[in-house]
Design a protein around this ligand. Sequence first.
Ligand code: ATP
Length: 464
Amino acid sequence: MAEQNDLMEKIVSICKRRGFVFQASEIYGGFANSYTYGPYGSELKNNIKALWWKKFVSMREDIVGIDGPIILHPKLWQASGHVAGFNDALVDCKECKKRFRADHLVEAVTGEDMEGKFEEMKKILDEKVPCPNCKKTNWSEVRNFNMMFSTKMNTTDASDEEIAYLRPETAGAIFVEFKNVVDSTRMKVPFGIAQIGKAFRNEIVAGNFIFRLREFEQMEIEYFIKPDAEWETLFEDWLKLQEEFVQELGAKKEDLRRYEHPKEKLSHYSKKTIDIEYKFPFGFKELYGLAHRGDFDLKQHAKFSGQKLEFFDQEKNEWFVPHILEPTFGLDRSILVALISAYIEEELEGGDSRIVMKFPRAIAPVKVAVFPLLKNKPELVAKAKEIFNQLKGEFPCEFDDNGNVGKRYRRQDEIGTPWCVTVDFDSLEDDAVTVRDRDTMVQERVKIEELREYFVTGLKSRKN
Ligand code: ATP
């Protein structure tokens, strides 16, 4: 375990050192569980989003995308059950004033699901659970804590009517556009609506770097099917696609497992829910989820809005309320998996070592770095700049003439750049350059005019 915690520390450290992820508002002393994706982190994030969008929207004729607002009609969250039920059980230590998830503390001791059992939780806490922080036992009552962030609209004093919420999941914005999408496109059930965007949850205990945040991004699909559809096969297909996607980010198959929610814990409307868990350095934890949500969402929103949210079956000449399969992907957790999977320390010949981020090429923040062999030789610098200018419109590129070539390789390895191009004196004669591969460190001589094709082919190859 020590070794694993070590790995998280190393990830956090390289993220800061190389500009992937910074603690946000650090100059003000930091703000708990709030992070900024830096120059390379934001590229990585955009690449992961683009890969997802391509796989699940662009490449599929049965899925379209939307981009809805973060602040939606407050009634929506009443219909969805979030106002009444999106709660965590919290408890305070009266001695050291730390706040905890009561269910987590109790379940760690009993192994039982404690949802909603407040009296029982309090009793077990008083009898068996000292505060993990100060080791004393002086607990407050166990209370419900709604995890939605609320905000006031157009007002200085808050009455209930003026309260709006920051969406706690992106799905809500999709359900309410079902009718608009059907009316404005030619989508026919089965079809899906996809969205990528921010969601907000007032997590009592956030943590583990970007694993649990109060402000995070989700990539979600609501897939509408006929009520009598063969959903089991579709469900399995979706799980496979989710597992496939995380492997495209670099995860190993053996680090994934499925956790099926026991029947008795399922929401009343769900036929089946499975979490895809990943072996993070801090244990197997939920990465993605897939739920069969029945017709709950469309029926609830129809009821609360007074609108008909149904689809017309041409063959049977009748309206029906579609059922929904919901694959959900956490973007920040995907980024964390990509970082963990990429991080490698390698021993080199001669007793040297290097850290290299072996991102799959498709998501690497920078694809090509271009160097002049020497900084003070204007003809080398000019040639290198020329190549850089030719390539940068097509591949995210970097020009680097700092320090020596060894140092530049080291830096590019740490940000995971698949190829480094060096312009040397021979280049001026033979119009070729040295291309060095990040993973094998093999160097190859490539004609300048063939570079573009070389990288296009490299990016297309499924090898990495
Ligand atoms: P957990 O049990 O870890 O709190 P959850 O079951 O509440 O997660 P869902 O409501 O199913 O999560 O949300 C869908 C996905 O959104 C999750 O699989 C996860 O990837 C991501 N997610 C949920 N909460 C957070 C968070 N606080 N920070 C980052 N990502 C999150």
